[in-house]
Design a protein around this ligand. Structure first.
Ligand code: PLP
Ligand code: COI
Length: 340
């Protein structure tokens, strides 16, 4: 039986669910791993994650579909991206099949927390890994913990499909040859001051520019950008220091193969922003959140799609992607992992 939760009014927050998966890495190998009920972690005071932030994570969602199945969206790509994160952070890789198996177990055991079809909410799944043994010299840990928990969530931005206002940030979230392209916890630590400052000034998010020249659009703290040109073409920024969003890669496919739109992945200059018709943020948490205005140090770039509704092309992309995730539209082969 589904849990007694006010699904329609959930925000993007943490709610403790019944089970989480944990596996430990010691003496060069991962143990079998198990589902446990305790949500707390006891660590040595000198654990690698606490001293030198050796941690990375992933984010994906489970959905109840129109025919009442529970599914996940492209978990293989999360496994692969976590592998890239681990390699860059000198952490051991958690094997892809075991990663997917852990997600399956967590979702299955917490099935009563998967929001019902039509509620607009989803079960957010957070796989993560951290250095767990004591480390005091600057070097990688030798022991690690891999975990997966889940929490039911509503929209990431208040108001759901209502366009948001963002600002161009003077802070960087990544360095030119740093870790912007992987999902390291440290990238998010870097962004906390910028996000608090943005919120204090009334903006929902930061648009970060490329850290080397500050002339090109990168991404926000938790999502990539999609733009629509006046000719209804999709443009999305290409950069070595942004996270390769699974949602963005999926939307590119949807645009080309479902909607017959032309897509360009290329460098996008800040000076071009005023020429676009629509702008949206894409990510697992953000799904596809329309941007109505960008504030550039007091100058406003207002998209013709306005502040009331999603732009027309953004809406088509959104409806198709969500339709695929909720089983209303046939998915490309391999995109949907049926849990039960
Ligand atoms: N960019 C950043 C910095 C993110 O944290 C996320 C969220 O995971 C994304 C982009 C979107 O990626 P995905 O679509 O794989 O969730
Ligand atoms: C996600 O979309 O999964 C993220 O990790 C982004 C974060 C803003 C929650």
């Amino acid at each position: 039986m589904k849990k007694d939760i006010d699904w329609k009014n959930l925000d993007f927050g943490y709610i403790k669910t019944d089970y989480r998966f944990v596996s430990n890495y010691k003496d060069g190998k991962w143990d079998e791993g198990e589902l446990i009920q305790d949500e707390n972690i006891v660590l040595n005071e000198c654990a690698g994650v606490l001293q030198y932030a050796q941690t990375c994570f992933e984010g994906l969602k489970a959905y109840e579909t129109v025919d009442n199945k529970i599914v996940c969206f492209r978990p293989d790509l999360n496994a692969k991206r976590m592998e890239d994160s681990c390699k860059r952070l000198e952490m051991p890789v958690y094997p892809q099949e075991k990663f997917i198996e852990a997600i399956r177990k967590v979702v299955e055991k917490n099935a009563d927390f998967v929001p019902p079809y039509g509620s607009g909410a989803t079960l957010y799944i957070r796989p993560y890994m951290f250095g767990s043994n004591s480390v005091i010299g600057v070097k990688p840990a030798q022991e690690y913990q891999f975990r997966v928990f889940a929490t039911p969530v509503g929209p990431y931005f208040k108001g759901g499909a209502k366009p948001i206002v963002i600002r161009i940030s003077d802070f960087d979230r990544a360095a030119p040859h740093g870790t912007g392209h992987i999902k390291a916890g440290l990238n998010y630590a870097m962004s906390l001051h910028a996000i608090v400052d943005a919120h204090n000034q009334g903006f929902a998010e930061n648009m970060y520019l490329d850290p080397a020249t500050r002339t090109k659009v990168e991404e926000t703290g938790g999502a990539n950008f999609i733009f629509v040109t006046k000719d209804n073409e999709i443009v999305t920024p290409k950069s070595n220091s942004i996270l390769p969003s699974i949602t963005r890669r999926s939307l590119v496919y949807v645009a080309e193969h479902y909607l017959g739109l032309k897509v360009e992945e290329r460098e996008v200059y800040k000076t071009e922003l005023k020429d676009f018709k629509e702008c949206a943020l894409c990510g697992t948490a953000a799904v596809l959140s329309p941007v109505g205005k960008i504030n550039d140090h007091g100058d406003e770039i207002c998209f013709p799609s306005g502040m009331d509704n999603m732009g027309e092309i953004t809406k088509k992309l959104y409806d198709t992607l969500v339709g695929i995730q909720l089983g209303r539209i046939e998915a490309p082969k391999g995109w949907i992992e049926v849990i039960k």
